[in-house]
Design a protein around this ligand. Structure first.
Ligand code: ARG
Ligand code: ZN
Length: 882
C-alpha cells in the first residue's frame, strides 16, 4: 500500500541481472500462526553483467526478516545489509557465495492472495508475477533461473499432503505430530513458477504413457467433498498431453504432474512447474453442477496450463514485457486444441467475439498497450486481453502466413534453440523467420503498435473487362503515447461468390486458367492502400471478406442487407456466415436506435432466422451461434457515443419481435432438441441444449405461458446444469415474478453447499435486468454465502453486474457507477489485484454519451481520492483520468 506515485518501469531500461542464482534450498516450517522460511541461495556474479562489485539486491514485500548469513557468517543490519521496504541490499559480496535468508510470514493474514496464503485451511502459493518476493527475499525476475529443492514441515493432521515442484525425494516424521516432505525440481526455473501446497486433500490418480513410452503419474488434489468432480479435468489433461505430442512434438518431462484446486484464487490457474494450481471453478465439474460452458472452459484451461510446460516453463520470458511470448503463444495453442476437440468454426466464433467485444474495447481505451508493452507500473495490470488474446491472434497470423508445416518447423526451432532460456518475443519471431525463410520485419509491428487496425474496403466491377477491383485501406488509430503509426503486415483471407452462391475462382493475373485458380486466398496487406484485381468474372461478385477472422482488425465495407442475407445462407466459410448474420442484426438494431419510431423491423432478418430454425441440414452448432443476437457490449463497442439505455431498448425490441414472429418455430425447435439420450459433452449435444435454451429464453421474453410451463418443467426435471441453468436464466429474465423467485429459492436450497454453483446463482441474478437492479445486487452482497475474501464471489456479483448487466450498471442516475467505486475502494485494501480489475468498466468513460461519461468520470475521481491507493489501482485510475 502506498500513497505516493508508483514508479514506471521501461523496457528500454532492461539490464541483465548482476548476479545469478544456481540453486535455491528452501525449508518451510508451517504453523497456524505463521510460517518460517529458510532460503539458501548459491549465487555468482553474472559474467555478462557490466556491474562488477555491485551490491547484491534482492526483492521483498511484507516480510519479517529474522536472519541473514553469507558463507556461514551472520550479517549485521546496517553494516552488512540494509532493508529498504522493497529490497534487501547486501553491500559487499564476493564473486561467488552462499546466502541464507530466514523470514517469518503470515499466510493466514494474506488477503492479497499473492505469495503464500491460506484458502479454506490449505496453504497454497501464487507467485506469478511477483509473489515469490512475499515469501522470501530473492532476485524475483524471470531471467534468474535456478534449481529448487523444497522441504516442507507441517502438522500431520491438518496438512497430511505436502506438495512442491518436481519429484518427491524424501519424507519422514518429525515427532510431536509433525512431518516433512522434500521435493526436488531438476529443471532450472524462474521464481514465478515456484509452488507449494499443504493441506488435507484427497487425490485422484491416473497414468499417461508418453510417446517415448514413459509412464507419468497424474494427480489431481481436491478437498474430500470434491472427489467426484475431477474426471473431466483428468480426461482433458490426458487429451492435452497427447495433442501436444502430436501437434507440436512436445513430450512431458517430469515423472509426475499434479493439479490442485483452491477456492480462493485471483486468476483462472497457474502453470507452476509440475504443480499447476487452479481456481476451483476452472477444474471441478460434474454433469449436475457444471454447464457446458464450464466443461469447455475447464478443458481449455487445463490444456493451457499444461501447454505452458513448454511454452512458458522450458522456454520462459526474459522480463515481464515479454509476457505475451508465453501467454499469446499458449492461448493460440489451447485455442487450436479446443478447435480440434470440438467444432472449429464455433471455437473461432467464440474467440473472435471475445476479441471484437472486449479486446477491441481495451485497445481503444486508456489502458491500450501493445502486445509487447513499452512500460508499466504494476505488471499485474498487464494480464490483459491484449497480451493473451491479441497476442494469440498475432501468433495465429504467423501460422497463416507460414502455413502449418513451416510454422511447425519454426516452433521446433524455437523450442530447441531456447530450451532452458529466458527469451523475448523477438526471439520467437526470429525462429519463425529462420525456419521459414520469410521476412517478418514489418510483421513485428504487431508487437509494438497498439490499437486495432481499421480496414476500409471499397470495390468496383468492370463489366467490359470482367475485372473486379478491391481496394483496401488500412489505418491504425492513435493510442496513449503512440501516434502516426506505420502500416502493418496483415493476412486477409477472402473469397468471392457468384449469383447462385457459387465460389468463384480467384485469378490475380489476366492470363492463366480459371480451373486452377483457388476459391479462397490470403492477400497480404502491407501498405496504407492496396488494390487487388480479380480477372475473368462474368458478373459482379459478392465479397466474403476476412474469412475465419484472419486478422484482429475491423472491416468496413458498405454491405447491403440483401448481400448480408445472401452471405448468411451461401458463404462456404461458416465463420463468415455467422458474421454476415451479426452484421445484419447490428444494422437492424442500429437503425432502430437512430430512429426509434420505426414501425417495421427488417422482415429479411426475421425470414433469415426462420430459415435457420427450419433447416435441419445445417450444422446445428453453427445455427445455435447464429441465433445469438450481438450482445449489448458489442453494440456499445461499435457505437460512437453510445447511449446504453437506447441500445438496450432497441435490442430488446428486436428480440421480442423475432420471438413473437417465430413463436411457433421456437416451440418446434424446443421440442426437436429435447430428449434424445444421455447427457454428453459433444458439439452436437451442446448445440441441442443451446438451441432449446435459446428458444426457451425467447419464449419467456414475450411472456408466452406455454414457454413458462416448459421452463418450470425443464428446471425441475433437468439432469444436468446446462438445462437447469438455462431454465433458471430464462425465468430470471422473464416477467414471471413468482416462478422466478421460486426457482431461485429452490436452486439455492439444492446447491448451497457447492461454492461453484452458488457463484452461478449469484451471477444469474446480478446479470439480469429484471432480478439484478442495484438494490437487489446490494442485497446479494449481504447474503450469507457472499464472501469479501473470495475473488469468485466478488466477480460473480460485482464483476457480473458491472460487466454484463449493462442497462442497470449504466443507470442514468449514476448509482451503478457510485456503487462500483465504493466496492473497488473497499477491495483495494484487501486485494488490490482484484480491485484494479473490477474498475475496468469505469475506465472507458470517454467513450460514452456525455450524460454517462460525466458520471463515470466522477466515480473515478472518487477512487483517485481514496487515501493509500495501491500501485495496481493507482496505475489504472490515473491512466484513465489522463
Ligand atoms: N500464467 C497464468 C496463466 O495464464 C496467469 C497467472 C497470472 N496471475 C497473476 N496474479 N497475475 O495462465
Ligand atoms: Zn497462461
Amino acid at each position: 500500500m502506498r500513497t505516493n506515485q508508483p514508479q514506471t518501469i521501461h523496457l528500454s531500461e532492461y539490464k541483465v541481472p548482476t548476479y545469478l542464482v544456481d540453486t535455491v534450498d528452501l525449508c518451510f516450517q508451517l504453523y497456524d500462526d505463521g510460517a518460517r522460511v529458510h532460503s539458501t541461495l548459491s549465487v555468482r556474479q553474472n559474467p555478462e553483467s557490466k556491474d562488477v562489485s555491485a551490491p547484491f539486491t534482492l526483492d521483498g514485500d511484507s516480510l519479517n526478516l529474522e536472519r541473514v548469513t553469507l558463507d556461514g557468517k551472520a550479517l549485521v543490519a546496517g553494516d552488512d545489509y540494509e532493508e529498504t521496504g522493497e529490497h534487501l541490499v547486501i553491500t559487499e559480496v564476493p564473486s561467488q557465495f552462499e546466502l541464507t535468508v530466514v523470514t517469518w510470514i503470515e499466510p493466514q493474514n494474506n488477503t492479497r492472495l499473492e505469495g503464500l496464503y491460506k484458502s479454506s485451511g490449505m496453504f497454497c502459493t501464487q507467485c506469478e508475477a511477483e509473489g515469490f518476493r512475499c515469501i522470501t527475499y530473492f532476485p524475483d525476475r524471470p531471467d534468474v533461473m535456478a534449481r529448487y529443492r523444497t522441504r516442507i514441515e507441517a502438522d500431520k493432521a491438518t496438512c497430511p499432503v505436502l506438495l512442491s515442484n518436481g519429484n518427491d525425494i524424501d519424507r519422514g516424521d518429525l515427532g510431536s505430530g509433525r512431518h516433512f516432505v522434500t521435493w526436488e525440481d531438476p529443471f532450472p526455473k524462474p521464481s514465478y513458477l515456484f509452488a507449494l501446497v499443504a493441506g488435507d486433500l484427497v487425490e485422484k490418480q491416473d497414468t499417461f504413457t508418453t510417446c517415448s513410452g514413459r509412464d507419468i503419474d497424474l494427480r489431481i488434489y481436491v478437498e474430500t467433498r470434491n472427489a467426484a468432480k475431477c474426471e473431466h479435468a483428468m480426461d482433458s489433461l490426458k487429451r492435452s498431453m497427447r495433442w501436444d505430442e502430436e501437434v507440436y512434438g512436445r513430450e512431458y518431462d517430469l515423472d509426475i504432474f499434479m493439479i490442485v484446486a483452491v477456492d480462493d484464487f485471483n486468476m483462472g490457474a497457474m502453470e507452476n512447474k509440475g504443480l499447476n494450481i487452479f481456481n476451483s471453478s476452472c477444474v471441478l465439474a460434474s454433469q449436475e453442477t457444471a454447464t457446458d460452458l464450464a466443461f469447455q472452459r475447464i478443458e481449455a484451461i487445463v490444456a493451457h496450463e499444461y501447454f505452458h510446460n513448454w511454452s512458458g516453463n522450458r522456454v520462459t520470458c526474459r522480463d515481464w514485457f515479454q509476457l505475451s511470448l508465453k501467454e499469446g503463444f499458449t492461448v493460440f495453442r489451447d485455442s487450436t486444441f479446443s478447435a480440434d476437440m470440438g467444432s472449429p468454426t464455433v471455437k473461432r466464433i467464440e474467440d473472435a467475439t471475445l476479441l471484437r467485444t472486449a479486446q477491441f474495447a481495451e485497445d481503444a481505451g486508456p489502458m491500450a498497450h501493445p502486445v509487447r508493452p513499452a512500460s508499466y507500473m504494476e505488471i499485474s495490470n498487464f494480464y490483459t486481453l491484449t497480451i493473451y488474446e491479441k497476442g494469440a491472434e498475432v501468433v495465429r497470423m504467423i501460422h497463416t502466413l507460414l502455413g502449418p508445416e513451416l510454422f511447425r518447423k519454426g516452433s521446433d526451432l524455437y523450442f530447441e534453440r531456447h530450451d532452458g532460456q529466458a527469451v523475448t518475443t523477438d526471439d520467437f519471431v526470429k525462429a519463425m523467420e529462420d525456419a521459414s525463410g520469410r521476412d517478418l520485419t514489418q510483421f513485428r509491428l504487431w508487437y509494438d503498435q497498439a490499437g486495432t487496425p481499421l480496414l476500409t474496403v471499397s470495390d468496383n466491377y468492370d463489366s467490359e473487362q470482367g475485372v473486379y477491383r478491391l481496394t483496401i485501406q488500412q489505418t491504425i488509430p492513435d493510442t496513449p503515447e503512440q501516434t502516426n503509426k506505420q502500416s502493418q503486415h496483415i493476412p486477409f483471407a477472402l473469397g468471392l461468390l457468384g449469383i447462385e452462391g457459387e465460389a468463384l475462382p480467384l485469378r490475380l493475373e489476366s492470363t492463366g486458367d480459371a480451373a486452377n485458380a483457388p476459391t479462397e486466398r490470403v492477400l497480404e496487406l502491407t501498405e496504407a492502400s492496396q488494390t487487388f484485381e480479380f480477372y475473368g468474372l462474368a458478373q459482379k461478385p459478392v465479397p466474403s471478406l476476412l474469412r475465419h477472422f484472419s486478422a484482429p482488425v475491423r472491416v468496413v465495407y458498405p454491405w447491403s442487407r440483401e448481400q448480408l442475407v445472401f452471405l448468411m445462407s451461401h458463404d462456404p466459410d461458416g465463420f463468415n456466415r455467422w458474421d454476415a448474420g451479426q452484421r445484419l442484426a447490428v444494422d437492424v438494431i442500429q437503425s432502430l436506435i437512430s430512429s426509434p419510431e420505426t414501425a417495421e423491423i427488417e422482415p429479411r432478418l426475421v425470414e433469415a432466422y426462420r430459415a435457420l430454425l427450419a433447416d435441419l441440414s445445417l450444422d446445428q452448432a453453427l445455427v445455435a451461434k447464429m441465433l445469438q443476437l450481438p450482445s449489448e457490449a458489442y453494440l456499445i463497442e461499435l457505437a460512437d457515443s453510445p447511449d446504453v439505455a437506447a441500445i438496450h431498448r432497441a435490442r430488446e425490441r428486436v428480440l421480442s419481435h423475432l420471438a413473437t414472429s417465430l413463436r411457433d418455430e421456437l416451440v418446434a425447435c424446443y421440442h426437436a432438441n429435447t430428449g434424445g439420450g444421455a447427457y454428453e459433452v459433444t458439439p452436437e449435444s451442446i448445440a441441442r441444449r443451446s438451441l432449446r435454451n435459446t428458444a426457451l429464453s425467447w419464449l419467456l421474453l414475450i411472456n408466452d405461458d406455454a414457454g413458462r410451463d416448459l421452463a418450470v418443467k425443464q428446471y425441475s426435471d433437468a439432469d444436468n446444469m446446462t438445462d437447469r441453468m438455462g431454465a433458471l436464466r430464462a425465468l430470471v429474465n422473464s416477467d414471471y415474478a413468482a416462478e422466478r423467485s421460486q426457482a431461485l429459492a429452490d436452486f439455492y436450497e439444492r446447491f448451497q453447499d457447492d461454492p461453484q454453483v452458488v457463484e452461478q446463482w449469484f451471477a444469474v441474478q446480478a446479470s439480469s435486468d429484471r432480478a439484478g437492479q442495484l438494490p437487489q445486487v446490494q442485497t446479494l452482497l449481504k447474503h450469507a454465502a457472499f464472501d469479501w475474501k473470495n475473488p469468485n464471489k466478488i466477480r460473480s456479483v460485482i464483476g457480473v453486474f458491472a460487466g454484463q448487466n449493462l442497462a442497470a450498471f449504466h443507470n442514468p442516475d449514476g448509482s451503478g457507477y457510485g456503487f462500483l467505486a465504493d466496492q473497488v475502494c473497499r477491495l483495494d485494501d484487501s486485494n488490490p489485484q482484484i480491485a484494479a480489475r473490477l474498475v475496468a468498466p469505469l475506465t472507458r468513460w470517454k467513450k460514452f454519451a456525455p450524460t454517462y461519461s460525466a458520471l463515470m468520470h466522477k466515480a473515478l475521481g472518487k477512487i483517485r481520492d481514496k487515501p493509500e491507493l495501491s500501485a495496481d489501482l493507482y496505475e489504472v485510475v490515473h491512466k484513465s483520468l489522463e
